[in-house]
Design a protein around this ligand. Structure first.
Ligand code: SF4
Length: 323
């Protein structure tokens, strides 16, 4: 097999990392590259392992995403799905993650087996009954509220689209199906759910946390994805953020002018990222020295970051605000 090359690409999550902490962006993108190889230096392997960790918010998001997608597919096929069935699907994901963490199999294969950040950094303690229950209660409450709101408030909005349209298969988690190219730049983007009808291409992003203004940008990148990857005209595209913790639905405007603004944002962002490359050469994609990737001084950002161990900033957890 040919050697994998660390090609330059852009994604919304990379842009978010870059803006939150350039050092985090470094670990995600360069410092962990090749860490799947047993012969890689320890620091690279550590970075690769830490990069795969998931906190409770991410785990709930993934579990809900899976339960919602399964429910939509069944409803489209003419079956009805109950809250209890969806809850069971989501819960199974969380239980699996818990046991994978406990087994420590992630030490050998961090990509395949889940390591839970909250437990790894002792934010919650697996061996302490009270702490274990607190983690479980958080998960249970979040799953319950999100799925109740999905069935009670969001699904009724989606049903008319489902009845007259089709679910569009989304990327399979591989590089090619989750990306598209503009002017030679590879962009990674894969929306959560898409329903195509005769006159609309509805893109929905499921959110299981607090509303953030930058999510508008994220779904607008999916608008460009629809135009480039599926050849959909801008005036057919509808973008929506479905906030499951309170059941709100936000339509995000999109048209050709907005698409241009988003693309300008991507271009400027790529220029900033290329400032951190040798010769500013994105074809070469070789990072400057790690010191050129500044560490944030916002400890609340560190407290949410998987790479605290590498930056020796575990103390940030002590100053953590609730988020
Ligand atoms: S621990 Fe803090 S400084 Fe280090 S990469 Fe994460 S956010 Fe940046």
């Amino acid at each position: 097999m040919a050697d994998l090359k660390n090609e330059f690409s852009w994604s919304f999550s990379q842009a978010r990392d870059f803006s939150a902490c350039p050092r985090k962006y470094y670990w995600q993108r360069y410092g962990s590259w090749g860490g799947w190889e047993e012969i890689a230096p320890k620091k690279v392997r550590d970075a690769y392992r830490l990069k795969q960790m998931k906190n409770r918010y991410a785990l709930v998001g993934l579990a809900i995403d899976s339960a919602v997608k399964e429910a939509l597919a069944k409803i489209k096929a003419g079956e009805e799905v109950t809250f209890e069935e969806a809850y069971k699907t989501a819960r199974n994901h969380l239980v699996k993650a818990w046991y994978e963490h406990k087994s420590k199999m992630w030490e050998k294969n961090p990509k395949k087996y889940t390591c839970i950040k909250d437990l790894y950094y002792s934010e919650f303690l697996m061996d302490d009954e009270e702490s274990r229950q607190a983690w479980g209660s958080f998960i249970k409450e979040r799953l319950t509220v999100c799925l109740e709101n999905f069935f009670g408030m969001i699904l009724p909005k989606i049903r008319p689209y489902l009845e007259r349209g089709e679910l569009v298969p989304i990327g399979q988690g591989d590089f090619e199906s989750d990306s598209f190219t503009i002017g030679g730049l590879k962009i990674f983007a894969a929306p959560d759910s898409v329903i195509k009808t005769e006159d609309t291409f509805l893109i929905i992003d499921w959110k299981t946390g607090k509303p953030q203004q930058y999510y508008d940008y994220q779904v607008r990148v999916y608008g460009i994805w629809a135009q480039m990857k599926h050849d959909v005209p801008a005036d057919m595209i509808e973008l929506a953020l479905a906030y499951l913790p309170d059941g709100t639905w936000k339509n995000v405007p999109y048209d050709e002018d907005i698409a241009r603004e988003v693309f300008d944002f991507i271009r400027e962002n790529v220029q900033d990222m290329s400032d951190k490359l040798k010769g500013r050469d994105i074809a070469l994609n070789e990072p400057l020295n790690i010191k050129e990737f500044e560490q944030t001084d916002r400890l609340e950002t560190c407290a949410q970051c998987n790479f605290m161990e590498l930056c020796q900033r575990q103390f940030a957890l002590a100053s953590k605000e609730q988020f």
